[in-house]
Design a protein around this ligand. Structure first.
Ligand SMILES: C[S@@+](CC[C@H](N)C(=O)[O-])C[C@H]1O[C@@H](n2cnc3c(N)ncnc32)[C@H](O)[C@@H]1O
Length: 277
């Protein structure tokens, strides 16, 4: 087999188009409940961001649009952007069913400003399994910068890179896995899917990159952002390990009783300054 890294965008697009079909109406993507009003986002998001009514919000790597819809219901004027056309097809249908308006544009993050044209946003929202699909975070930070109006903010809510160090069968520390970024990335050919335990994929190959917290913060500072907020959270939005306990009423899980409290997600706010020096 050729090295999937040589053509990672096409390999990952196929993987995500297939994922979009598999994810419809799974536990992690309960579309009917979302149409009926369920908010799948993390409960700290509204508090951390504040009011979004009337704001132009871009959701980068929006997948099926479930979180995008929740922001629209809070009053934001939303645009969803994603590599996977099949994800966006589901997202558009979700918005139609919910009777909410939104705009969806297809493309890779590396071409976001080109594909979104003149549009500038008050808030760029992204994360929950987004950065790990991007090989070059300096490029990502540059795209976000150009998509924000001066004074606009990036809100990132992401899985903690510590997850990459934990064993897949048990959340124990496994020192054989890297915490730090490696430019060559990680190729997986697992035929399963994180949201559909019974899936046997036709397109099993994908390519990901681990991005440590220091790297994420430094690329934002280098791009000129002012870091305004950073937090770590002890629950996360999927449950890869046996014995995890679901947080009542939420799409989040903790490691569970008797296990150490570890950072499983983090969130940050970074502002493009109003006046650039
Ligand atoms: C785990 S999902 C993000 C989940 C999302 N936060 C949600 O609301 O469910 C990752 C998304 O990133 C998209 N993606 C992967 N690589 C990308 C790239 N290079 N540019 C744009 N989108 C990409 C995938 O198509 C997928 O929809």
């Amino acid at each position: 087999m050729d090295d999937p890294r040589a053509d990672f965008l096409e390999i990952n697009r196929r993987w995500w188009d297939e994922a979009a079909r598999l994810h419809v109406d799974t536990e992690l993507y309960p579309l009917d409940e979302v149409v009926a009003g369920f908010d799948p986002r993390r409960p700290f998001e509204d508090e951390e961001v504040g009011a979004v009514e009337g704001l132009a919000l871009l959701h980068l790597q929006c997948h099926l649009g479930t979180d995008t819809l929740a922001w629209a219901r809070r009053g934001a004027r939303v645009t969803g952007y994603d590599l996977s056309g099949e994800s966006l097809r589901v997202a558009r249908e979700l918005f139609v069913q919910a009777g909410v308006s939104g705009t969806f544009v297809e493309g890779p993050v590396s071409e976001a400003r080109e594909r979104l044209g003149e549009a500038r946003f008050d808030l760029v929202y992204t994360g929950i399994g987004a950065l790990n699909w991007l090989p070059d975070l300096a490029e990502w930070a540059g795209e976000v910068w150009h998509l924000l109006r001066p004074g606009g903010r990036l809100y990132l809510v992401e899985f903690h890179p510590l997850l990459g160090v934990l064993r897949e069968d048990l959340p124990e520390l496994d020192p054989s896995a890297d915490y730090f970024y490696r430019p060559e990335g990680l190729v997986s050919t697992d035929p399963g899917d994180y949201a559909d335990p019974d899936a046997v994929r036709e397109h099993s190959a994908n390519v990901e990159w681990q991005h440590h917290v220091g790297e994420v913060i430094q690329v934002l500072l280098d791009a000129g952002f002012a870091l305004e907020y950073f937090a770590e959270h002890d629950a996360m939005s999927f449950s890869p390990w046996p014995g995890m306990e679901r947080v009542e009423g939420q799409l989040r899980w903790r490691l569970g009783r008797g296990r150490p409290r570890l950072p499983l997600e983090y969130s940050l706010l970074a502002r493009r300054p109003s006046r650039e020096v």
